[in-house]
Design a protein around this ligand. Structure first.
Ligand code: BTN
Length: 257
């Protein structure tokens, strides 16, 4: 059971998480916040669910998460806080904030995998799914869906990257309330930098990405590409060196070769 009171005491944000919905069960927290009929419109609204029946991952994958053990939640950003021309940076700000929260609380050294996975010891501990709705040509709701494996230690099923959790890595039970508050406090700070100092987000993200400079394989459906992970461009797209020529990659799953 998630203790709302102990979470609230630790939350230091201005607007992120100030409107907080807690539910036992839902189809998907992302679907809920994307739905304009739900009546929740304020910037920074969060829904946290103990269980999702249809938790979604990137590329139509399923996000499996055992009931009551992890953190599966979504954050709503409405027009005022959406930096439409910098959407990609929200991905980086989110995964960076998760890594920083882990470092602050557990002295872990998480690794960031392009575009937005968080790994510990080469295994995936967290994933992010950004989705939006538009009014005309303008995005009016941006939903950042986040799954963090916290206290689950048994994983069944087929995974693109082997899963792990904080408990599996640290051999101790983790207080979800403290972790969520630490992440949200960090996220609110980092996401503001999209306006003031976007280069710093990318710089901090890159210092935690071990594959830069390495030979990689990028898979996007049927398409595969080999090359050297050269760098990220200013918008966060991957620059791949293929036989001396730089190609910009927008989508795909990256793995070392
Ligand atoms: C991925 O790595 O494929 C992204 C996983 C995102 C999962 C989270 S859990 C909360 C939110 N609601 C969903 O249906 N998906 C995201």
């Amino acid at each position: 059971m998630f203790n709302l009171e102990s979470f609230d005491i630790k939350l230091n944000t201005d607007y992120i998480g100030r409107n907080f919905i807690y539910t036992e069960e839902i189809d998907s927290t992302n679907s809920f916040l994307l739905d304009k009929e739900n009546k929740y419109n304020s910037d920074g609204t969060i829904i946290l669910a103990e269980k999702q029946i249809k938790g979604r991952g990137r590329k139509d994958r399923v996000w499996y998460s055992a009931k009551g053990l992890n953190l599966t939640f979504s954050i709503l950003l409405t027009s005022k806080k959406i930096f439409t021309n910098k959407l990609n940076l929200i991905n980086f700000a989110t995964s960076l904030s998760i890594a920083v929260a882990f470092e602050n609380l557990f002295q872990l050294k998480p690794e960031l995998k392009w575009p937005n996975d968080v790994l510990i010891n080469g295994k995936k501990v967290s994933g992010i799914l950004l989705e939006s709705t538009s009014k005309g040509s303008k995005i009016d709701r941006l939903v950042i869906g986040i799954g963090i494996n916290v206290n689950q230690v048994m994983f069944q099923g087929v995974y693109a990257i082997p899963p792990t959790s904080l408990k599996a890595e640290l051999s101790e039970n983790i207080e979800r309330e403290k972790l969520l508050a630490e992440f949200l406090n960090t996220f609110e700070e980092i996401v503001e930098k999209i306006k003031t100092n976007p280069d710093e987000i990318l710089k901090d993200w890159k210092t935690r990405c071990r594959l830069i400079g390495e030979k990689i394989l990028i898979e996007d459906g049927e398409k595969t590409k080999y090359g050297i992970f050269d760098d990220l461009d200013k918008d966060g797209f991957l620059l791949l060196n293929v036989k001396g020529k730089i190609e910009k990659i927008h989508l795909g799953d990256v793995s070392p070769v």
